[in-house]
Design a binder for this molecule. Structure first.
Ligand code: ADP
Length: 455
């Protein structure tokens, strides 16, 4: 164990100090001895020593002056021999200066490399100071934002004068997902903006995502169109299957077949309906905003849940601890919240308990559904809101699941600026919490509804 907590260089420095002292001391002793010998020859030892000490002193003063002259040349040339400790100090200074020069050269080369790679980058990079003023930008930023040298020091909020960007910029923490905007200079193009904080400064990166936006649009349209096109033939098929199954003279050997066809076509119908709903949610930039009386909506959901619960026989409790309401779409909220409640019923073995809650929370309101069902292993939780992601696809299918429920929930919540958090322990149960921020909460004075609606 090392009990010596001094700087690791300390013993070496102490050794150097001792060597320096002895070098100077030896010179002093030599001069005194020389003075004494000459004094003895001349008849006065004292005067010999005094004269010798004065000579020594004059020699050191000259050395100090030379040392100073050498230093004033910015330590660019190797030091001459000053004798004694001054030579040692000069060598030390010269070596550390050389080291520093090397480090500076390396840093300058690195900065040049970083600058040139930033300049060559396709993405726009803008360096902002702590007052949000533009400090430096690359070539792409110049083209994308039409910047000129006169913009140096201008606030980025003036340059990008778009309310959505301002909203994002002031609230962006690091790391964040950025914001996608329609270009304010060319409405055909889409830009992704990402702010990163470092110290008091910020780095804004903007890149063109028009192609990605088009591909996403194509994917959404494709899913929407296919679902829509499949709907009509499926409805015809379901109609005929139902008619044939109801025939009293249906051969018993076909009965099982018709039963399976009915099950599978209604499953396909549910998937198509969910896909169409998802496609609608994705394509709507803003949802119809209305006053949603949450306590009333939750009572309706509670009643629907009781019907669904018949074959499970759980105890379902509704805890309405807040009377507050939400601005949003009643249809979408009903669909999303009911989905969480039916999931809690579906994924809880018979005779369990499901609790639905609505309560005030810090800076908003909280909706929660908890069950004491099968729970979800930690590694699945992150991915549950992906389309068709199921922990156990067999169980999901048997309970009539489409694997799209939580994807719909995610989109509905996004439209309401609400956030979903999931807590679960495998074998013990799960809790799904939805937090609605205060700008979505409506408290009282329904007369002024329009004034309070979020934009
Ligand atoms: P599904 O139609 O399969 O229920 P969801 O998107 O609603 O699709 O849910 C995705 C998956 O999340 C489900 O397949 C299930 O594995 C899991 N899940 C959702 N809610 C619960 C819950 N309350 N308890 C346990 N697992 C759940």
């Amino acid at each position: 164990m090392n009990l010596d907590n001094r700087h690791p260089e300390a013993p070496r420095q102490e050794r150097h100090t001792a060597t320096l002292f002895w070098t100077d001391f030896k010179w002093l002793v030599f001069m005194i001895a020389l003075g004494a010998v000459f004094g003895w020859y001349a008849g006065s030892i004292e005067w010999g020593i005094i004269i010798s000490l004065l000579l020594y002193y004059g020699w050191r003063l000259y050395a100090v002056q030379q040392f100073y002259l050498w230093m004033s040349r910015s330590l660019t040339v190797p030091p001459p021999d000053f004798s004694g400790s001054l030579t040692f100090m000069a060598n030390q200074l010269y070596e550390s200066k050389k080291q520093k020069q090397k480090v500076d050269q390396r840093i300058t080369a690195l900065v040049t490399k970083i600058r040139s790679s930033l300049l060559a980058l396709q993405d726009a990079v803008i360096l902002l100071d702590k007052e949000d003023r533009m400090d430096w930008w690359n070539q792409s930023a110049e083209t994308l934002l039409a910047l000129s040298s006169e913009d140096q020091g201008r606030s980025i909020l003036q340059v990008i004068n778009v309310p959505e960007f301002h909203q994002y910029y002031v609230s962006a923490t690091s790391p964040n997902e950025g914001i996608r905007l329609r270009s304010w200079r060319n409405s055909e193009r889409f830009l992704q903006c990402e702010v990163t904080h470092f110290g008091h400064e910020k780095l804004l990166i903007i890149y063109d995502v028009t192609r990605l936006q088009h591909l996403e649009k194509m994917r959404k349209d494709f899913v929407g169109n296919v679902s829509h096109e499949l709907r009509t033939p499926l409805t015809v098929l379901m109609g005929y299957i139902e008619t044939f199954s109801d025939q009293p003279d249906l051969d018993p050997k076909w009965q099982r077949g018709f039963q399976l066809m009915t099950q599978q076509t209604s499953r396909m119908n549910r998937i198509i309906n969910d896909l169409l709903l998802l496609s609608r949610l994705e394509n709507e930039e803003t949802i119809p905003v209305e006053y949603v009386d949450m306590p009333r909506l939750l009572v309706n959901i509670f009643d629907d849940a009781q019907v669904y619960n018949k074959e499970y026989g759980h105890v379902i409790n509704l805890h309405l601890d807040s009377q507050k309401s939400v601005y949003g779409s009643e249809t979408y909220l009903h669909s999303a919240l009911l989905n969480l409640v039916t999931n809690a019923i579906k994924y809880t073995p018979k005779g369990g308990e499901v609790n639905i809650g609505w309560q005030d929370s810090k800076e908003g309101c909280l909706f929660s559904v908890s069950d004491n069902g099968i729970g979800i292993a930690r590694e699945h939780i992150e991915r549950l809101t992906e389309r068709f992601y199921r922990v156990d696809s067999g169980r999901s299918r048997n309970t009539g699941g489409t694997g799209l429920g939580l994807a719909i929930v995610k989109h509905v919540l996004y439209q309401h600026q609400a956030t979903l958090s999931i807590e679960s322990t495998e074998g013990k149960g799960s809790t799904f919490n939805i937090f609605f921020p205060s700008q979505r909460i409506y408290t009282e004075d329904k007369g002024n509804e329009d004034d309070k609606k979020p934009t």
